[in-house]
Design a protein around this ligand. Structure first.
Ligand code: ZN
Ligand code: ZN
Length: 133
């Protein structure tokens, strides 16, 4: 892992980061590409994808692997929980305090040094629920 401060901020990388910080929708590389191409018509999907990977490798953003779907990205790197709609696939933040005691408990049981934990709730979002009824 490269230290975040040492990462060279190219103009494209800066723009990608700025746009990601504006949203809480946990976009995929494709979603980001659709937004970015309007501001930077020459940008390619490959460039967007590569830069998102670099930004997450350096810990500036967070990559979320959710249930076998496309990787999503989050500018919020704090420990927080996500909820995924099983119908439309949207991923939202769950605004609750993270349960840090889960880490102590897992450490005790496994003797691992716990670095981080993730919680993903699966459900049906309000919009999809409306459509169902
Ligand atoms: Zn939904
Ligand atoms: Zn999030």
């Amino acid at each position: 892992m490269i230290a975040g401060s040492k990462l060279r901020m190219t103009k494209q990388r800066q723009l990608i980061l700025e746009e990601l910080r504006k949203v809480t929708s946990h976009p995929t590389a494709d979603d980001m590409y659709q937004v970015l191409r309007k501001k930077m018509p020459k940008i390619s999907l490959g460039t967007v994808y590569r830069n998102l990977e670099i930004l997450s490798d350096t810990g500036i953003i967070q990559k979320i692997d959710v249930g076998g779907t496309q990787k999503r990205f989050d500018a919020d790197i704090s420990t927080h929980y996500h909820i995924r709609c099983t119908i439309c696939g949207r991923v939202a933040d769950v605004h609750m305090e993270p349960h840090m005691e889960l880490e102590a408990e897992a450490q005790k049981l496994t003797d691992y040094e716990i670095l981080h934990h993730r919680v993903e709730y699966i459900g049906i979002c309000p919009e999809c629920r409306k459509k169902q009824s």
